[in-house]
Design a protein around this ligand. Structure first.
Ligand code: SF4
Length: 254
């Protein structure tokens, strides 16, 4: 049975509401709960619930999460893995980032090889997976049509990620794909991080360190091709290539 919205308490319904709720969250648990109540982007609210109401045959009968997806993993992680947005039948179905689809299978297998995940698979929110020193998150928390959020939607969602990064205080962000790279740089620039001009271009293996003066800390971004089937099935991104980026992340953290 599908339960769009899941009966959550009313959450933010405007960009200002998102900013206020994110800023007011005193800790990660409060923030993660607040994220799941958000309804600030009408197009994405409609989409996340519409796909849940009409799933493909292989997921028919399952209860979809159909809400915003909070970050997942170690609350004190020194490494964050940043995608772009939840997948309609992956995280939007299971309620956990990169969980329940082939992209997640590839990512978590790599994190397990790197000693950052307790198991190589990620099938459901209650599958027992735990992450060590890594947290998986995204600049946009609701599944967008065609996997593409609008600039306004990304901007509206930005405060959730900004507050998450302030609370977790990671040293490294492994950024999956060019869209995620651009979205993260834009969000970080809007949230007080110094981003070089011209902006650092995305590439697999790209590396740039940003500084936040008010928070007096640095964040190193490492580019990695996205773990999408389009990349992993064609060999554009191999397990060895993901391993190399994760190895570099381990080198950067003290
Ligand atoms: Fe809220 Fe972000 Fe989802 Fe928009 S994309 S409704 S801001 S959680």
């Amino acid at each position: 049975m599908v339960t769009p919205g899941g009966g959550a308490a009313p959450g933010p319904t405007s960009p200002a509401g998102v900013a206020a709720a994110a800023t007011a969250a005193p800790d990660l648990a409060t923030l993660d709960h607040a994220v799941t109540t958000c309804r600030a982007c009408p197009r994405l609210v409609a989409w996340r619930e519409a796909v849940a109401a009409d799933p493909p045959a292989r997921y028919r009968g399952q209860t979809y999460w159909a809400r915003p997806v909070p970050g997942f993993g170690d609350p004190r992680a020194r490494v964050v893995v940043v995608g772009l947005a939840p997948a309609a039948h992956g995280a939007n179905r299971t309620g956990r980032m990169f969980t329940g689809d082939r992209s997640g299978d590839f990512l978590f297998a790599g994190l397990h090889r790197a000693g950052l995940a307790s198991q190589p698979t990620s099938t459901a929110a209650d599958d027992g997976l735990t992450l060590h020193d890594v947290r998986v998150t995204a600049p946009v928390r609701c599944a967008p049509p065609a996997n593409v959020p609008t600039p306004d939607e990304r901007r509206t969602c930005g405060p959730w990620l900004a507050r998450e990064l302030a609370l977790v205080a990671p040293r490294v962000a492994v950024v999956l794909g060019g869209f995620g790279w651009q979205a993260l740089l834009t969000t970080l620039a809007e949230q007080g991080w110094t981003v070089p001009r011209p902006r650092p271009a995305f590439a697999h293996g790209a590396e740039v360190t940003l500084h936040h003066a008010a928070q007096a800390r640095d964040l190193t971004l490492l580019g990695c091709y996205h773990v999408s089937q389009q990349n992993t099935f064609t060999g554009r991104l191999t397990p060895a290539m993901l391993d190399a980026v994760l190895h570099r992340a381990r080198e950067v953290i003290p």
